[in-house]
Design a protein around this ligand. Structure first.
Ligand SMILES: Cc1cc2nc3c(=O)[nH]c(=O)nc-3n(C[C@H](O)[C@H](O)[C@H](O)COP(=O)(O)O)c2cc1C
Length: 419
């Protein structure tokens, strides 16, 4: 698929075996369900893009090419670890299938693809917002257990829906939403804003808003421990530096990865990161305590947030992680609409999940005491729930533009879809 620069951007396509998928339908959160005959704040219109009238009833489908493109354009604005964009779409009648591309998601942090499931949940939420603008609702079909290779990770089917007034504004917000790695003001978030975060929760997820300085400090210490491991782990180090886009030209040509000017490392970020790139140098610097300095910076960023927000799930299962992603994206879009900035800080939780399942096998021996401290802290902070996402939120200087993305066309084959 050619991109704007005329290069071929090839993304592997998982070939799904023919036959029934292992996905099961599930109820949506209240605001997003298709509802009949509702009046008041909601306005029912019937013949929007994607709705084919057939006598008394309406059949909805993805037969409209413009709708398909706009759905993908909205979907791919979802966050993904290191901006790896590990997804692929397939449309059929009233159905959109979302496939995970594990090769693109390759990361030490993405233990058992949990972070990727979360990203795919954010994709689902974005599609839901886009189709709501066409008076449609999306019923999500989640995998029962781990999806088999070649099967969709999750799919959604269209239903006639009823649009909430704010659907267009929400769509605009999801296109603008972006991670902000700059410092935020340590100013409390107004209670009515927090109330809006809790107003529309995704089933199966729990949200905790952490705003007492004492509690934030406890979390900031966990963030610090995770960050020290991050800066002193050779695999993580090499992965991080392989994903940095060191110049605007590189960002504009690759369109996936971490743009140097968005890392929050200031005006000399490119020189600094070039210098830190060789693992042997970072290893030597760590012996002089540079990892502590860098991790303390991240601790300060966490400590000086308006609030930290934690999204947890009950069980470590793909469906729950996908739902967590829907929840995170819903919260993030709302925070953006409220003029707030967001940065995910889940590293410590993800490293701890690996430690709980595998022990310290994939870590250098010096990490064991850090992992054990983190385990002890997280056991007290989360109990036996699974930490899906932690992020800091607050008032700050907004980013001037969203992060790069590959072209929408490279994520799906735009075949004719039967109505
Ligand atoms: C599972 C997951 C983990 C992430 N972890 C971090 C993180 O530790 N630090 C960070 O700054 N951003 C993190 N992000 C945000 C991504 O880096 C960001 O979504 C990506 O670079 C694309 O940028 P955008 O969200 O602004 O479009 C994470 C995102 C996801 C989905």
């Amino acid at each position: 698929m050619p991109d704007e620069g005329g290069r071929q951007v090839a993304i592997p396509w998982p070939h799904a075996p023919k036959g029934a998928s292992a996905l099961r339908p599930c109820r949506l959160g209240a605001r997003h369900q298709a509802r009949d005959g509702e009046t008041g704040r909601f306005e029912a219109r019937t013949q929007a893009k994607g709705t084919v009238p057939t006598g008394n009833s309406s059949v909805v489908s993805f037969s409209d090419a413009a709708l398909r493109k706009e759905v993908v354009e909205a979907a791919i604005r979802a966050p993904s670890g290191d901006n790896c964009q590990p997804w692929r779409f397939r449309f059929e009648r009233d159905r959109v299938e979302i496939y995970m591309l594990p090769d693109r998601a390759q990361s030490f942090f993405d233990f058992r693809n949990r972070g990727t499931y979360l990203s795919i949940g954010a994709v689902v939420e974005n599609i839901r917002v886009r189709v709501a603008c066409s008076d449609l609702a999306l019923i999500a079909h989640y995998p029962a257990g781990e999806p088999a290779p070649g099967m969709p990770t999750v799919s959604g089917s269209l239903r006639p829906g009823i649009v909430a007034d704010g659907a267009r504004a929400r769509l605009a917000a999801l296109h603008e939403r972006t991670v902000n790695r700059r410092p935020f003001l340590p100013k409390r978030i107004a209670p009515e804003k927090q109330k809006a975060w809790l107003a529309d929760q995704v089933d199966g997820t729990a949200i905790a808003i952490i705003e007492s300085r004492r509690e934030i400090a406890r979390w900031a210490r966990v963030v610090y421990l995770g960050d020290r491991i991050r800066w002193t782990h050779p695999t993580i180090h090499n992965e991080l530096f392989s994903k940095i886009l060191f110049s605007r030209a590189e960002a504009d040509s690759k369109r996936a990865g971490l743009e140097i000017d968005r890392l929050g490392a200031g005006p000399f970020a490119a020189s600094l990161m070039h210098w830190l790139q060789p693992w042997s140098r970072m290893e030597r610097l760590a012996r002089c305590g540079v990892d502590r300095v860098l991790a303390n910076q991240t601790r300060s960023l966490a400590f000086c947030a308006g609030a930290l927000v934690l999204v947890t799930i009950e069980r470590d299962e793909p469906e729950q992680w996908i739902r967590a992603g829907e929840q995170v994206q819903r919260l993030w879009t709302t925070a953006h609409q409220q003029g707030l900035c967001v940065q995910p800080l889940p590293i410590a939780m993800y490293l701890d999940q690996r430690f709980q399942k595998e022990g310290a096998e994939h870590f250098p021996p010096a990490h064991r005491p850090l992992l054990e401290q983190m385990r002890g802290d997280l056991a007290l902070l989360i109990g036996n729930r699974v930490g899906a996402m932690l992020y800091r939120v607050g008032l700050g200087l907004r980013m001037s533009r969203p992060a790069v993305r590959l072209p929408a066309e490279s994520f799906y084959d735009d075949l004719v879809v039967a109505p």
